[in-house]
Design a protein around this ligand. Structure first.
Ligand code: UDP
Ligand code: MG
Length: 327
């Protein structure tokens, strides 16, 4: 059987604090798998530098010089986690048989990697890492995540709860994924739509080794909103129901106002007028902003701008060189 050419894709944004130790851990796992003939010696660890402002890129270059198993991809600026994953998978998918994505802080259990590869070799095109326990997260993060999955489920978006971006995709799945051209990327929503035979492997999530989270609350909320609005029009439908409710309330208000008018107590009407005015104004603003959110998404999609810009691609360079060498 042909040995699997594996690529591990690691998105990195300001990860100088954690990169050296993560690199050592991943390298050991790779060499163990190479020694056991599970994967080919051409396999690579591909760091995607997502426009880091610290020494991340020079650290990646040092690693490349230290060992050819390391290679790097550099964006011209910050394009975000999901785009870094997409770029890494696209570039690696040109040569590798299977691509694993894992965060630079190694909060996901890297010891699952050999099992993921084994599962791929047994014929699974998609292997998802799923957390079976969130005790390392703050209770706030746990609560927001739980609410998010519940909400997504209710509005009809199929997600695998507690699966983030730790997964293996075979080359075929990567190619299929690349045919999703949306600029508003929410990978964990797209993956279940790919189909193919898949397996879930469970693990315990660890705390971050070093450095800080790159997902503060503000980014988390906008990521969640992206997830909802890229996959569901439920919010637009909700405005419709809200509108009906408001009309019913305003009819009741009208009857109330008329009754007050005929009983000759008109000055009282001011309160009801003001309340309905403000209430309706608020509802309309919410409605417009939700619709605006979708129009914004459409705007971003129709422009068809590149999802990311690659400044340096050492992975493809080394791969095409080794092809040249063989010729
Ligand atoms: N990341 C990235 N670009 C960004 C933000 C984050 O490539 O704009 C990377 C980051 O380096 C890490 C991964 O995405 O490898 C997940 O980020 P983090 O661990 O900070 O998120 P958390 O685990 O706290 O949700
Ligand atoms: Mg993390």
């Amino acid at each position: 059987m042909k040995q699997t050419n594996l690529a591990i894709v690691v998105p990195c944004y300001n990860e100088e604090a954690v990169l050296p130790s993560s690199a050592t851990v991943l390298k050991k796992i790779m060499y163990d798998m190479i020694d056991h003939n599970q994967i080919s010696s051409e396999s690579k660890i591909l760091f995607v530098n997502d426009g880091s402002k610290d020494k991340t890129w020079s650290l990646i270059q040092d690693l490349e010089n230290e060992d050819t198993i390391f290679t790097g991809l550099k964006f011209s600026r910050n394009f975000g986690h999901q785009n870094a994953l997409m770029a890494g998978m696209k570039v690696a998918g040109n040569y590798a048989d299977a691509v694993i994505t894992i965060d630079a802080d190694l909060q996901d259990d890297e010891n699952l990697i050999p099992q993921m590869v084994a599962s791929f070799q047994e014929g699974n095109e998609v292997v998802l890492g799923v957390r079976n326990d969130r005790s390392s997260d703050s209770s706030f993060k746990r609560w927001t995540a739980e609410t998010f999955y519940k909400l997504m489920n209710q509005i009809g978006v199929q997600l695998v709860p507690d699966h983030a971006d730790f997964r293996l995709l075979g080359r075929r799945a990567v190619e299929t994924l690349m045919s999703y051209h949306e600029s508003n990327l929410f990978l964990r929503g797209i993956i279940p739509q790919l189909g193919y035979s898949s397996e879930k492997l469970y693990y315990q999530r660890k705390p971050r080794l070093a450095g800080e989270t790159k997902y503060p609350l503000k980014k988390m909320i906008s990521f969640a909103l992206d997830g909802i609005t890229s996959f569901s029009v439920a919010p637009i439908k909700a405005i419709m129901s809200l509108g009906v409710v408001v009309i019913v309330i305003s009819l009741i208000m009208m009857i109330y106002a008329l009754v007050r008018f005929f009983t000759g107590n008109v000055t009282n009407g001011w309160a009801s007028l003001m309340t309905s005015l403000w209430f309706l104004g608020g509802v309309q603003l919410v409605g417009i902003s939700i619709i605006g959110e979708y129009i914004g998404k459409i705007f971003a999609e129709v422009k068809h701008r590149p999802r990311y810009i690659i400044e340096t691609d050492d992975y493809s360079e080394t791969q095409s060189q080794s092809v040249d060498d063989q010729e």
